[in-house]
Write a protein that binds this ligand. Structure first.
Ligand SMILES: NC(=O)C1=CN([C@@H]2O[C@H](COP(=O)(O)OP(=O)(O)OC[C@H]3O[C@@H](n4cnc5c(N)ncnc54)[C@H](OP(=O)(O)O)[C@@H]3O)[C@@H](O)[C@H]2O)C=CC1
Ligand SMILES: CC(=O)N[C@@H](CCC(=O)OP(=O)(O)O)C(=O)O
Length: 629
């Protein structure tokens, strides 16, 4: 650039010189012409006064002079021409040079001036910046504690800056370690509250040493280990070893002491500590859960409910047609959930899973649950393990039962009625949505013998999501909208489930009249139930029984007398809202019960059950208010 500028300057000077020389030649030429004219005038004058000889002589002299001048003039003209040629060549060269430097070919002297001014300004700014840089370098060296260096250099400042950065990241890691230490201390405190004092008879499980409690203890110990492995100061927490005498359900017979020993990793690099930070946030939740069928309606509802659950974290999700996709791409309303992509069941890894929500179609479910690792807690939302009598299952579902042993093990998960059994079981058969809305009001009345066991008529209505997400002609908008669709009259597969629950409560066989209807709404379910009261029983008695039976229940709400339950008041919540009304026919009563089929009728109740199975408060993660309007 500088060389180019010098070359440009030289060309410009040469240009000026030639222009001046040219001007001078022009002027000289003009003068010579003037002189010729003067001499000619003088010749004219003289020729009038001199004699002929003199005049001839004079004339010859003048002619000679004139010829000389002409020659000189021609010479000058040639020189002028040559100079002009050189000048135009120089101009051409200059234009070419400017053009190749990205500037306009012809010199604009104003622009040149502006550029020169700008150059000056830039130079001044450069000086100012250099001064600032010097000040900055001095400050960095000072901050790094380097005594006043005689020559403050950029490289010395860079070195000092690097030292400062290292110190900061060291402090950050120390801070992180302190946070982990605090968490470990609090987890240990929690652990010592949960671990019972050594019992005098170590072979028996004490009351608060239930498998659930032990399970939570194990999870906390693991969590402490995870936290400690994230710490960069390996020396202070190099190993955590817990040596306690508690027993697993399957190991209760042996006196073997379970020993958990986890070692931490060595100090981590800044990158790995950042990675560990992200992983730590993810593994904050103590119990890891798998959702099989997460791409369906009930599966996605589980994902929604678990978003705010303090202990359950989702570590695995499966899908069939949608395997390989993220939950956010299949259900955009769940896009904020940072979860692993859904995989096909055959590719699922259950090694880090503690509990499973099985949200698959009936039939498929039996085979899949049969193949799951034995230690897992399972809540099955399908109908596969709901019917105690395998023969009934085969009759109503039209297929053989392929896991009869598991059927014997399963507990029917109507939480408010079977809470005690649910707490200690491995496999829970979550009730169907219609049976939930029907059994919740009827079981307490049957148990108290307040209603007749005959002539129970149930008129039930469901939102379309009850039919799942799969595309079916019957669920098209045109088939559903602006009308009510009765179906499964006397033959719906929920009939045996409803009759099983009511018959168990009555200790005698009950047959019901059940008609479901599809309603033009996405969620919600209402069961309107017509019953005959036992002799001498009033609607007030029914009301009192329901009120007493459910007075401590979080999720069952008996409205004030004569208030009418509406599905729109339970949308998105785990509540079952109900009331009882006198019929116009003497001795009869009408009960109305509403739920959200996807929450209390499926995923909400499933979560309620898993909470129980894991020994944590039953309402955890379920206190969502209904969505209204
Ligand atoms: N919807 C409701 O209100 C209620 C439903 N239930 C029961 O819960 C279960 C799930 O219902 P819902 O969520 O509505 O159903 P959906 O049809 O919405 O979802 C079914 C899920 O199962 C997956 N799936 C389907 N076939 C297979 C297979 N052969 N192998 C593995 N995975 C498969 C689907 O994957 P993909 O989509 O990727 O193919 C999807 O994730 C059913 O048994 C249902 O009866 C119980 C109470 C209420
Ligand atoms: C509206 C609608 O179609 N509802 C479903 C019932 C809901 C359900 O899925 O019940 P299961 O869990 O017993 O399969 C039906 O009538 O088959």
């Amino acid at each position: 650039m500088v060389a180019a500028q010098i070359a440009l300057e030289k060309l410009r000077q040469r240009d000026q010189l030639l222009t001046t020389e040219n001007e001078m030649f022009k002027m000289e030429n003009v003068n010579h012409k003037k002189k010729v004219m003067e001499l000619e005038a003088e010749l004219k004058k003289l020729s009038g006064q001199q004699n002929l000889q003199q005049r001839i002589h004079h004339h010859a002299k003048i002619k000679e002079e004139n010829n000389l001048l002409k020659i000189q003039n021609e010479d000058l003209s040639i020189k002028l021409q040559r100079t002009e040629t050189i000048l135009s060549r120089v101009k051409e060269e200059l234009a070419h040079f400017r053009a190749t430097n990205g500037r306009s070919p012809y010199i604009n002297f104003d622009e040149e001036q502006q550029l020169n001014n700008k150059l000056k300004e830039t130079e001044e700014q450069r000086l100012q910046l250099a001064q600032k840089l010097l000040g900055l370098c001095t400050s960095i060296l000072k901050a790094a504690g380097i005594p006043r260096a005689p020559n403050v250099s950029l490289s010395a400042a860079e070195e000092a800056l690097e030292q400062l950065k290292n110190r900061i990241s060291l402090l950050e890691r120390e801070l992180q370690d302190l946070k982990f230490k605090n968490k470990i201390t609090s987890e240990r405190a929690r652990l010592s509250e949960l671990i019972p004092q050594p019992s005098p008879s170590p072979n028996r499980l004490s009351q608060n040493q239930t498998p659930n409690r032990i399970f939570i203890i194990v999870r906390i110990v693991n969590r402490v280990a995870v936290l400690s492995s994230k710490m960069s100061s390996a020396a202070s927490f190099s190993s955590i070893c817990i040596d306690r005498g508690y027993y697993w359900k399957d190991e209760a017979k042996s006196t073997k002491v379970r020993k958990l020993c986890v070692r931490s990793s060595v100090a981590s690099t800044p990158q790995s500590s950042q990675f560990a930070k992200i992983k730590a946030q993810k593994s904050e939740k103590t119990i890891q859960v798998a959702v099989l069928g997460a791409s369906g309606y009930t599966g996605s509802e589980i994902v929604r409910l678990l978003a705010n659950h303090p202990y359950f974290g989702i570590t695995l999700m499966t899908a069939d047609r949608k395997a390989g996709q993220s939950i956010g791409s299949v259900f955009p309303h769940l896009i904020t959930q940072d979860l692993p992509d859904m995989v096909a069941i055959k590719d699922a890894d259950f090694s880090n899973v503690d509990a499973v929500f099985c949200c698959l179609p009936h039939g498929t479910t039996q085979e899949i649950i049969k193949g799951l690792p034995k230690g897992l807690k399972i809540v099955d939302l399908s109908a596969d393990f709901r019917l105690q009598d395998i023969g009934e299952y085969e009759k109503w579902y039209g297929q053989p039962h392929r896991a009869p042993d598991l059927q014997k093990e399963a507990v029917y998960g109507l939480t408010e009625i079977h809470r005690r059994e649910i707490q200690n079981v491995r496999l829970v058969a979550n009730p169907g949505c219609y049976p939930t809305s029907i059994q919740i009001p009827l079981v307490p009345l049957i148990k108290a013998k307040l209603i007749e066991l005959k002539n129970i008529i149930i008129d039930a209505k469901s939102g379309v999501s009850g039919a799942g997400r799969g595309a079916k002609e019957a669920n098209l908008y045109t088939e559903i909208a602006e009308g009510i669709h009765s179906y499964g009259i006397t033959s719906h597969r929920h009939v045996p489930e409803i009759e099983q629950g009511l018959s168990n409560a009555a200790n005698s066989k009950i047959t019901v009249s059940f008609t479901p209807h599809l309603m033009p709404m996405s969620r919600g379910m209402q069961s309107t139930i017509y019953v005959e009261m036992a002799p001498g029983v009033s609607v007030e008695d029914l009301y009192q029984q329901l009120s007493t039976f459910y007075e401590n229940e979080e999720f069952v709400i008996l409205l004030k007398k004569s208030e009418v339950p509406h599905t729109r008041h339970v949308r998105g919540s785990n509540y079952c809202v109900m009331n009882v009304f006198p019929d116009r026919i003497p001795g009869r009563a009408i009960i109305i019960s509403v739920i959200d089929n996807l929450v209390k009728g499926a995923s909400g109740q499933a979560l309620q059950n898993l909470n129980l199975m894991m020994g944590i408060p039953e309402n955890t993660g379920l206190l969502y208010m209904p969505l209204f309007p």
